[in-house]
Design a protein around this ligand. Structure first.
Ligand SMILES: Nc1ncnc2c1ncn2[C@@H]1O[C@H](COP(=O)(O)OP(=O)(O)OP(=O)(O)O)[C@@H](O)[C@H]1O
Ligand SMILES: [Mg+2]
Length: 335
């Protein structure tokens, strides 16, 4: 029997679901490649640990950007490796795969994703729009005529989507999410404190002491980097207020995207959303104070989903078990 699997290929993290078993893999979407030999030297957490520390011939990079394939061959190889590791693919068995795609992507991007999954060894591929998967995974009843809003703040992209009667009514996506917050922290420490830090340190600071509301105190962290003037290694202490100041402009842009979607939502559905509020999913839902900030800006109740980072993959999993949650079910292409 072929294994039926669900795949959430995120900019930051890849998750895989196997029918009957649940989520079996959570791994950073990072691949380290030896550019001279043209071979993959590390995947996932191991490759992520190499970012910014590789010798000249090795590059650690992300083959998926904002839900679409940035490097076809490396993506196919990574997916293949994950199929093998989770025993979804074997000599006699090729998996049936349901993958999520961004709410808005071009036909070319959709085909590239589908082909990469076939190349990785799949027997059949079906696709579902990621906001629907996120909403299902967060426990929203997407089939009801009552409108609902799901906001996914991931690593590469924020998507705000209004759903009603099993389909997307209005949606907006911006390429501003966790990675850009890390970038804002790097820029701020460089300009205000003269310290240049790497992506991995910036993400660590954001997770440890990041805050979306003024006046929050999550303590301080010591961070090491290169002093820009003295050109030597240096450590400094950074406070919650420093990080709030670095990221609040980006967080406000996320709030504006949500408000833009609300502005173009038909009034009947907008009134459902004002009754039932907004559901937050994705890694960005973990930022301290984010629900308060969105609540303050939109005037709507905001709920953070349970295990927000797993919602999309859990939603894909629910669709594998019950495809008719989406009107018309899921169409699979065979090869
Ligand atoms: N506790 C936390 N506080 C702040 N940010 C966090 C926290 N935990 C995770 N993140 C951030 O969430 C992001 C990853 O979220 P997620 O796994 O949902 O993204 P993704 O699905 O890979 O990306 P995308 O959906 O944009 O393609 C990263 O930027 C990570 O730093
Ligand atoms: Mg995601």
């Amino acid at each position: 029997m072929p294994k039926h699997i669900g795949l959430d290929l995120g900019t930051s993290n890849t998750r895989m679901y196997i029918k009957g078993r649940g989520i079996v893999l959570r791994s950073p979407t990072v691949v380290a490649v030896d550019t001279q030999e043209d071979t993959v030297v590390a995947l996932g957490s191991e490759a992520k640990r190499m970012i910014g520390k590789t010798p000249f011939n090795i590059t650690a990079f992300r083959p998926i950007q904002n839900g679409v394939i940035a490097d076809f061959e490396v993506s196919a190889m990574m997916i293949h490796e994950y199929f093998v590791r989770t025993e979804a693919l074997s000599l006699f068995n090729r998996p049936v795969v349901l993958v999520s795609t961004p709410g808005k992507c071009t036909e070319v991007e959709r085909l590239a994703l589908e082909n990469a999954i076939f190349e990785a060894g799949a027997k059949a591929v079906g696709m579902v729009k990621s906001p629907l998967a996120c909403a299902i995974g967060a426990g929203l009843k997407i089939n009801s005529a009552r409108g609902c809003m799901v906001v996914d703040i991931g690593g590469g992209m924020t998507q705000a989507t209004v759903i009603s009667s099993g389909g997307i009514v209005t949606s907006k996506a911006i390429k501003l999410a966790g990675d850009k917050l890390d970038g804002a922290i790097i820029n701020s420490l460089r300009s205000k404190r003269g310290l240049f830090i790497g992506d991995v340190s910036a993400e660590m600071i954001k997770v440890k002491i990041g805050a979306a509301m003024p006046g929050m105190n999550r303590g301080t962290v010591e961070v090491s980097g290169r002093n820009e003037q003295l050109k030597c290694a240096q450590s400094i202490h950074v406070s919650t207020a420093d990080i709030y100041n670095a990221i609040h402009t980006a967080l406000e842009a996320i709030c504006r995207t949500i408000m833009n979607v609300l502005e173009i939502t038909p009034p009947e559905i907008a009134s459902d959303i004002s009754d039932y509020g907004i559901m937050l999913v994705g890694g960005g839902a973990n930022i301290s104070g984010i629900s308060e900030l969105i609540q303050k800006k939109t005037g709507l109740r905001v709920t953070i989903a349970k295990n927000p980072m797993d919602c999309e993959c859990n939603g894909i999993g629910k669709l594998i078990e019950k495809p008719n949650i989406i009107p018309g079910g899921i169409l699979y292409k065979n090869r």
